[in-house]
Design a protein around this ligand. Structure first.
Ligand code: SAM
Length: 266
C-alpha cells in the first residue's frame, strides 16, 4: 500500500489516513457550514484536506496538530497560512475552555480524527461540552454506531450513554475506505454531536455515572445484580424501579442517571 501522499509518509502512530475524495470533503464542509462570526477548531488538519476547503469560506481557523512536520507544513502553506492559528499539541491535553474564553464564544469543533485515540478524545471533549456549540467528526463507522446506539442494541455501551448524556448524536454520512490515502481497513462515518444547551438528564455526581456504566458493561453478559454487586446493595436497583435480573444493555440513559442519583444520595 502506498503510504506517501503529497510528499508526506503517513505515520501510523498518529492514525494518519488522509482524505482524498473531494465529494466527501465537500459534503463534510457543507454539513459544518462554517461562518465568519464563529470560532472554528479543527483537530488533526494533517495535509489540509478539510482545512483548505473550510478556509476558503471563512477568514480565521484554529487547528490542533500533534505531528510537528505537518504543523510546519501548514505554517508555510502557500494559500492559507495567514488564516491559521496552529497549536502543535496533543488534542487529548488541549484546553478547549481557554480557547473558548479567549474568543468569548463557544467552539465549533471538527476533524477527521485519528482512530487510535478517538474514544479517549470523545471522553475528553465531553468534559468541555458547555464550551462547545457542536462537533463534526469522521470516525470508524463502528464508533459512530456505538455513539448513537440505544438500549437493546449490541453497540449500546458506556460510550453511548456518556455521549447521549452530554449530546444529541446525529450520524451524517458513511464513508468507504477508498476515500482515504492510505485506505483504512475499516469503514468510516461522519457524526454530528450537539451538546444539550439545557441538560436533558440531571446527574449530581457524573463520575459515579461513569463508574456505574463502566462496571455494568465490563461484564455485559451478567445480570445487573451481579455486575454491579460492588456498588449496589440488592435492593438499590429495586428502589429505582430497575429489575435486577436485567443486563447492562437493557437500561436506558435515564435509568442509569436515576441509579447514579439514588446511590449518591444514600
Ligand atoms: N484532516 C486530515 C485529512 O482528513 O486528510 C488528516 C486526518 S488523519 C485521520 C488524523 C490527523 O490527526 C493527522 O494529521 C494526525 O497527525 C493528527 N493527530 C493524531 N493524533 C493527534 C493528537 N493526539 N492531537 C492532535 N492531532 C493528532
Amino acid at each position: 500500500m502506498n503510504k506517501t501522499h503529497l510528499g508526506h509518509t503517513a505515520r501510523k502512530r498518529f492514525g494518519q489516513n488522509f482524505l482524498v475524495d473531494m465529494n466527501v470533503i465537500e459534503n463534510i464542509v457543507a454539513a459544518i457550514n462554517p461562518k465568519d462570526d464563529e470560532v472554528l477548531l479543527e483537530i488533526g488538519p494533517g495535509l489540509g484536506a478539510l482545512t483548505e476547503v473550510v478556509a476558503s469560506r471563512i477568514k480565521k481557523l484554529n487547528v490542533i496538530e500533534i505531528d510537528r512536520d505537518l504543523a510546519q507544513r501548514l505554517q508555510s502553506h502557500p494559500f492559507i497560512r495567514d488564516q491559521l492559528t496552529i497549536y502543535q499539541q496533543d488534542a487529548l491535553k488541549f484546553d478547549f475552555n481557554a480557547l473558548s474564553s479567549e474568543h468569548q464564544k463557544p467552539l465549533r469543533v471538527f476533524g477527521n480524527l485519528p482512530y487510535n485515540i478517538s474514544t479517549p478524545l470523545m471522553f475528553h471533549l465531553f468534559t468541555f461540552t458547555d464550551k462547545i456549540l457542536d462537533m463534526f467528526f469522521m470516525l470508524q463507522k463502528e464508533v459512530v454506531e456505538r455513539l448513537s446506539a440505544g438500549p437493546g442494541s449490541k453497540n449500546y455501551g458506556r460510550l453511548s450513554i456518556m455521549a447521549q448524556y452530554y449530546c444529541e448524536v446525529i450520524p451524517v454520512l458513511e464513508v468507504p475506505p477508498n476515500a482515504f490515502k492510505p485506505a483504512p481497513k475499516v469503514d468510516s462515518a461522519v457524526v454530528k454531536l450537539i451538546p444539550h444547551t439545557t441538560p436533558k438528564y440531571h446527574v449530581k455526581d457524573i463520575s459515579l455515572l461513569a463508574r456505574i456504566t463502566a462496571m455494568a458493561f465490563a461484564q455485559r453478559r451478567k445480570t445487573l445484580r451481579n455486575s454491579l454487586s460492588e456498588l449496589c446493595e440488592l435492593n438499590d436497583l429495586e428502589q429505582v424501579g430497575i429489575d435486577n435480573t436485567l443486563r447492562a444493555e437493557n437500561l436506558s440513559v435515564q435509568q442509569y442517571c436515576d441509579l447514579a442519583n439514588w446511590l449518591s444520595a444514600k
